[in-house]
Write a protein that binds this ligand. Structure first.
Ligand code: ADP
Length: 399
């Protein structure tokens, strides 16, 4: 798929992995190739060379096992260039944009500094996003780069939805609800808007259910409430995060169980959620395949929380005109969709079992019956596609 026309490389850098995808700058809806580098910092790095790029193995060569983010980015860009791609720009996923970034923007030194300033709000994410940006700049200082923020989509929320009932001094220091998964919500909303004859319905809840999971309420296409808050720990039950948890539990653990900050952080980020409930796995596929009662309970609890939170968002919207499933679980788990829809029957959901058995794709699939009061859809989300489109829009790269 090599081409002389410039491509956009989309980079999603996590703590130990870098996912990447390539798009034609002139037609950013089309993904040319994708791949992933995993195990960064573990000493045993592995890299899937991009699917879609030809002669990949020869061109990329081996990546050193002890490569850090910068070395991994350098390997990636060098391989793409040797493979014949003309890199026109890089678009990055940045998890936390705080209150300052309400849209994607071109990266300059002041944007980098702002992303750095936000690190205390997103220690697990922003440092890695930033190191990828800096690694690209170190290699190709003149390459245009764009940052797309997961929080930006939620900057339309009213103060009522974002304010935490804490003392003023704390609120003034930026402690509030922000919300995440914004790039996914943008992708899903765009796909529905394009596909449905009447456009996006007025009052919608989107469920992004992956390893991380959240719900978003959209009124007239704009986020008005979401289940994640100050951090991506809040809200739904996730793979290894508990979601909504009485803060009194944390006080109890500090005061009575002698837990320190590091242990608490590990417990909240890595040991809770589906893994904590089941004691088996954080992976929905594994839980669905298990006969253990604890696995069944974990799935039931996951769905129960979604239904309760959907009710809360429907109240914030004053009613509900559509519900949409997306994300690894939302797109693939027939069982979770069926269970959640059962719980949403009071809002008018009624499952079409045959449609629910279909595969999710770019086109939304209606999985409720045609006469149901609440239309329910599943659609494949494409966060990288949103980053590519925003990057192309901001840079207007010419062939
Ligand atoms: P991330 O938040 O890391 O991007 P994904 O959106 O890829 O995560 O979602 C990962 C989750 O999707 C895992 O729990 C996985 O088990 C689940 N999943 C993927 N395929 C299926 C499937 N066919 N049936 C049920 N769950 C699935």
């Amino acid at each position: 798929m090599q081409t002389d026309a410039p491509v956009i490389v989309v980079i999603n850098a996590g703590s130990s992995s870098i996912k990447f995808a390539l798009y034609a700058a002139a037609a950013p809806a089309e993904r040319l190739a994708e791949g992933q580098i995993s195990g960064i910092g573990t000493g045993s790095i592995t890299a899937e060379t991009p699917q879609g790029a030809t002669q990949q193995a020869d061109v990329f060569g081996a990546l050193k096992g002890d490569a850090d983010h910068e070395a991994a980015i350098s390997w990636l860009l060098a391989g793409l260039e040797k493979g014949g791609f003309v890199i026109g720009a890089a678009g990055h996923r940045v998890v936390h944009g705080g209150a300052a970034f309400s849209a994607a923007c071109r990266i300059d030194l002041s944007v980098e500094r702002e992303i750095e300033r936000l690190i205390p709000l997103a220690r697990l994410h922003n440092p890695h996003n930033l190191s990828a940006i800096r690694a690209v700049r170190a290699i190709w200082p003149d390459l245009p780069q764009v940052a797309c923020f997961d929080t930006a989509f939620h900057t339309t929320q009213p103060d009522l939805a974002t304010t935490l009932a804490l003392p003023q001094k704390l609120r003034e220091s930026g402690i509030r609800r922000y919300g995440f998964h914004g790039l996914s919500y943008q992708s899903v909303a765009d796909r529905l808007e394009t596909a449905l004859s009447g456009g996006l319905p007025k009052r919608v809840v989107i469920a992004h259910l992956g390893n991380g999971a959240s719900l978003c309420a959209l009124k007239d296409g704009k986020s008005v409430a979401t289940t994640m808050g100050f951090t991506p720990i809040d809200g739904l039950i996730m793979g290894t995060r508990p979601g909504l948890t009485d803060p009194g539990v944390l006080l109890h653990l500090l005061e009575e169980k002698g837990m320190d900050v590091q242990q608490m952080s590990h417990m909240l980020q890595k040991e809770s959620g589906l893994l904590g409930l089941s004691g088996i796995s954080a992976d929905m596929r594994v839980l669905e395949a298990s006969d253990e009662a604890a696995a069944k309970f974990a799935i039931d609890a996951f769905c129960y929380r979604i239904v309760r939170e959907a009710g809360s968002l429907a109240a914030a919207l004053g009613g509900l005109d559509a519900f949409i499933f997306a994300g690894g679980i939302g797109e693939n788990s027939e069982k979770v969709r069926a269970k959640v829809m059962e719980g949403l029957a009071w809002l008018g959901a009624e499952i079409d079992a045959a449609a629910n058995g279909e595969r999710a794709g770019r086109e939304p699939v209606l999985i409720s019956t045609k006469d149901a009061r609440l239309p329910v859809y599943m659609v494949r989300t494409d966060e990288e596609g949103v980053i590519a489109a925003e990057t192309a829009r901001l840079l207007t790269i010419h062939q």
